[in-house]
Design a protein around this ligand. Structure first.
Ligand code: UDP
Length: 253
């Protein structure tokens, strides 16, 4: 049975960059009130808005999350900077996603959102393994599944993992939550004439090398007709906007 029919809600998979945890240093709204949100050694993290939005969109959608680890380690950069063996650096990057997922699960649960942490790298003390059985059980219970450990294989990306996990949970749509407003014709930080592209075909994204996702992820998305939406998670109420407005951000289909 497909996971989509286990609940009546449309299943969406979000890909959150690890920067959500690592670079968020905004002050809590009420500093005197004890925060139910998380504070990690990665930096002070106040996810209030994000968590509130997940709570709201969960009424309409079944949510799964693939979390990145780039705020802690990116394999390529680590290897270049320190000479770490590339495969080892990538494994360290995958472990970083587990750390982020552990924190995210705790924060979700402190805010009464039931979550299941699954990892491709077996860590029995802290989470279950990614298996179809564990995925199906979490879907049945309408838990927010947090996928960590990447694909489990070095030299892949969390974008590729995003498409694989979307297929496993039965999501026809993934939301790639980034720090830019959508897909641009060229890098908007370097080219002032860069234009936002609202609707892009997979083939265009691949042939024009638009650098929004790696080619492996795009090819897999195209093969299985997974719609990819790209938007800025750091914009106010971005998840609500994505939920209510199909024109929010860019759409690759
Ligand atoms: N990674 C990997 N295989 C995977 C997924 C991730 O080796 O299937 C490694 C890769 O080195 C990557 C790091 O994990 O740089 C952290 O993930 P990512 O850079 O995608 O995190 P994000 O930028 O989304 O926070």
């Amino acid at each position: 049975m497909e996971n989509t029919v286990l609940t009546n809600k449309k299943r969406i998979l979000l890909k959150l960059t690890g920067k959500i945890l690592g670079s968020c240093t905004q002050e809590p709204i009420n500093k005197s009130a004890p925060s139910t949100l998380g504070t990690s050694s990665l930096g002070t993290c106040h996810f209030k808005d994000l968590i509130e939005q997940i709570k709201l969109i969960k009424q309409k959608h079944s949510i799964s999350i693939v979390i990145g680890g780039g705020n802690i380690i990116r394999g390529d950069a680590q290897s270049l900077a320190s000479g770490t063996t590339p495969a080892i650096a990538h494994q360290a990057g995958m472990l970083a996603t587990v750390i982020n997922g552990l924190i995210l699960k705790d924060i979700l649960e402190k805010n009464n959102i039931e979550a299941e942490l699954l990892s491709s790298i077996v860590c029995p003390q802290i989470c279950k393994a990614v298996s179809q059985e564990n995925i199906d059980n979490a879907c049945k219970e309408d838990k927010v599944i947090i996928f960590t450990g990447g694909t489990g294989a070095p030299f892949f990306t969390t974008d590729t993992n995003m498409i694989i996990r979307a297929l496993q949970v039965g999501a026809k749509e993934v939301w790639k939550c980034t720090n830019i407003d959508g897909v641009y014709s060229s890098d908007p930080k370097k080219d002032k004439n860069a234009k936002i592209l609202k609707n892009i075909k997979y083939s265009q994204a691949i042939s024009q090398n638009l650098e929004i996702m790696d080619i492996t992820a795009l090819i897999l998305a195209e093969k299985h007709k997974i719609i990819v939406r790209v938007f800025n998670i750091f914009e106010d109420n971005s998840l609500i906007k994505a939920s209510n407005n199909i024109n929010f951000g860019s759409l690759i289909s």
